[in-house]
Design a binder for this molecule. Structure first.
Ligand code: CAA
Length: 289
């Protein structure tokens, strides 16, 4: 089945939204990115240049293709200006109310149910987000990308209870056209990726808290012993410690099981503002640039 996308709308110019826009543009799709946060658009343009530049430097993309890809991406700072799209991917803050309000607005902006509304949520229920679209809930689907989007192979495809089968097939076709490998998961808390990854990261915080080993040793053991590209504590910094706590809360509440509660040490670091790479300090302190 063809995905049928000529123009993709992306809500959010952060790491995830920016990455999604980049790979879509590199796949030949025109993209418009919306973000209203001051400075977000300029930051995203800089990230695109740097990331695409890396592909050119490594001979994985020609300069002409890189320029063409960058030329396919436009930006708007008002959601009402995100017009003419035949597919929209939402990648804004992980807050169920914010997402549901946006989906209600999108459903009104795009009354044609053929326009698919996808969410890149990492753990919020797709079924719950879909309810915000009322009668056209069947076009809502989870399309979960991984950071850094240009390098990570997977797209987790999560149908809501309401999602039409044809929308799932088109999502698989679109992810494939973007150069990714789509794999399906059901709409249960954390889907597959975070159901398995987050408890492992949480356990690494327990190991540190209980003095089993220092962070460098925990990460080194998991890198060298399990061939992980990053140790679990380093990965927590990369993902964001606050995001890890939020996802653990979704697992504990959604699966109704306290064994998924966030480790006290992880929560304490978040309280102290040590949120990870985005603030320069989490488990580790990033070297000053
Ligand atoms: N675009 C282009 N190139 C990039 C890039 C990007 N966005 N990010 C990194 N690179 C390049 C680097 O510039 C570097 O290039 P050089 O070799 O020329 O220096 C190369 O990739 C390797 O990077 P690093 O040297 O920094 O380090 P690395 O070898 O460890 O690779 C990594 C970095 C790809 C991030 C790797 O560590 C990795 O795969 N880590 C695990 C990431 C992961 O698990 N992500 C999923 C997180 S969970 C999630 O996203 C979803 C959720 O719901 C929470």
């Amino acid at each position: 089945m063809s995905h049928g996308v000529n123009k993709l709308g992306v809500l959010g110019a952060g790491q995830m939204g920016g990455g999604i826009a980049q790979i879509a543009a590199a796949a030949g799709i025109s993209v418009t990115v919306f973000d209203s946060f001051p400075g977000a658009i300029d930051k995203c343009k800089g990230v695109h240049k740097k990331s695409i530049g890396k592909f050119v430097e490594k001979g994985k993309m020609s300069q002409a293709d890189a320029d063409a890809a960058l030329g396919r991406i436009s930006f708007v700072d008002k959601v009402d200006n995100l017009t003419g799209c035949d597919w929209v991917v939402e990648a804004v803050v992980e807050d169920a109310k914010v997402k549901k309000d946006l989906f209600t607005r999108l459903a009104a902006m795009y009354p044609d149910p053929k326009v698919v509304l996808a969410t890149n949520t990492s753990s919020i229920s797709i079924t719950e987000i879909a309810t915000a679209c009322g009668a056209t809930a069947g076009r809502v689907v989870g399309m979960h990308f991984f950071n850094p989007v240009p390098l990570m192979q997977l797209v987790e495809v999560i149908p809501a209870v309401q999602t039409d089968a044809a929308v799932v097939e088109r999502t698989i076709a679109l992810a494939t056209a973007m150069g990714k490998t789509p794999l399906k998961a059901n709409d249960r808390a954390g889907f597959v990726s975070n159901r398995v990854l987050m408890p492992m990261i949480n356990e690494a915080f327990y190991a540190w808290m209980e003095g089993v080993a220092e962070p460098e040793a925990i990460d080194g053991i998991m890198k060298l012993g399990c061939n992980f590209p990053m140790g679990p504590l380093r990965l927590a910094d990369y993902i964001g410690l606050d995001t890890c706590v939020n996802i653990m809360n979704v697992l504990a509440d959604g699966l109704n099981n306290d064994r998924y509660r966030a480790c006290p040490l992880l929560k304490q670091l978040v309280t102290a503002g040590r949120l990870g790479d985005k603030v320069g300090r989490g488990v580790y302190t990033l070297p000053a640039k």
